[in-house]
Design a protein around this ligand. Structure first.
Ligand SMILES: Nc1ncnc2c1ncn2[C@@H]1O[C@H](COP(=O)(O)OP(=O)(O)OP(=O)(O)O)[C@@H](O)[C@H]1O
Ligand SMILES: [Mg+2]
Length: 212
């Protein structure tokens, strides 16, 4: 269960972006986080993913009542063990191969390398991104990079999956595969899934909507 209580945050002292937000996201639920550009969808995902520290309020994750108040080290550990993040701009490390990009968070979370590589290969194939082992992120298209980022987030089977505009660069067929994977993570595997998106197909596929 993910709970948000009286959450406030802004990038500048006098400009709150999130202002006293309350919400609760249950396991097995897929949520669309909607709202106009610049309203704070990505910001909310960063807060829930413990990548930004709120001005005030609490973020509860699983058994941890105020995960936002933990030390940097403890927040990193929680992220590695429980949270998968698909960033809006598909942040991949250009100096490493695609395969190494996909396995990196799983290795950090303690998965053995052969297991991580095997699962990464399976996921890449499932999402239609069959690549040479030494393929670099700079050599793939925007839509492929987005699917690689999704594989990276799914590899650890996180209990909380945060996806920021995951279909932004995709054609209808690829978008359908991504939407199916995100909903399956919740409905089949019991994850809590939050998807920031303007995409009507995504909103239609979600169980609930948080309109910012
Ligand atoms: N690092 C930053 N420093 C200062 N302001 C920022 C920063 N990141 C975002 N903002 C501002 O915070 C507001 C919310 O941004 P955010 O990226 O959360 O919006 P969004 O709803 O995800 O928009 P979009 O649909 O365009 O992705 C915007 O006004 C943006 O300009
Ligand atoms: Mg955004």
């Amino acid at each position: 269960m993910v709970t948000i209580e009286a959450l406030s945050f802004g990038y500048r002292a006098d400009e709150p972006i999130i202002d006293g937000l309350d919400a609760a996201f249950a396991p097995g639920e897929v949520w669309a986080v909607t709202g106009p550009s610049g309203r704070g969808k990505s910001t909310l995902l960063y807060l829930v993913g413990l990548l930004l520290t709120p001005w005030a309020g609490r973020i509860g994750l699983g058994g941890v009542g105020a995960a936002n108040a933990l030390s940097d080290h403890e927040r990193s550990r929680l992220r590695g063990a429980h949270i998968g993040f698909v960033f809006q701009d598909a942040v991949l490390d250009p100096a490493r191969s695609v395969l190494d990009n996909v396995t990196e968070p799983a290795l950090y979370a303690g998965m053995a390398r052969p297991e991580a590589r095997r699962r990464a290969g399976d996921l890449l194939e499932r999402f239609g991104v069959r690549l040479r082992a030494d393929h670099r992120p700079g050599e793939v298209s925007g839509g492929q990079a987005q699917r690689v980022a999704l594989c990276r987030a799914l590899l650890t089977a996180p209990s909380l999956l945060l996806a920021d505009e995951p279909t932004g660069n995709l054609d209808a067929d690829s978008a359908g595969i991504v939407i199916d994977a995100l909903t399956a993570a919740a409905h089949a595997d019991g994850a809590t899934v939050l998807i920031a998106s303007h995409d009507e197909r995504i909103v239609a596929a979600c169980d609930r909507v948080l309109a910012l």
